[in-house]
Design a protein around this ligand. Structure first.
Ligand code: ZN
Length: 110
């Protein structure tokens, strides 16, 4: 087991990461990127996960789940890292699975 660092640009786009373990820290040493540290388990296959950074006051879909927030190096921005469904390829909040922790949590529209 190790901890690896990943960077998610603050560009209003989704970014796919293949993680094998949980995220243990969200922070940044850059002005326009959020850094994520996650446990890497050697014997575990990667799970595709999708992340996006939002600025304070930006609209965020209800299907997104908050991962962490961090202040940019200059202190100008506070960035908020959210995770969405990696299978929701058209971005409509419905990946088609009967139960999805993002698109269709228990008790939702389905
Ligand atoms: Zn989904």
């Amino acid at each position: 087991m190790k901890v690896y660092r990943y960077a998610v640009p603050c560009d209003g786009q989704w970014h796919d990461l293949e993680l094998t373990g949980p995220i243990v820290k969200v922070d940044t040493r850059h002005e326009h990127a959020v850094e994520v540290w996650a446990i890497v388990r050697d014997a575990v296959g990667p799970t595709p996960r999708r992340f996006r950074v939002y600025g304070t006051g930006h609209d965020i879909p209800n299907t997104n789940q908050h991962v962490g927030s961090t202040v940019s190096v200059s202190g100008t921005f506070v960035w908020h890292l959210f995770e969405g469904c990696a299978d929701d390829t058209n971005g409509d909040g419905d990946c088609g699975r009967i139960i999805c922790p993002f698109c269709a949590p228990l008790g939702s529209k389905r």
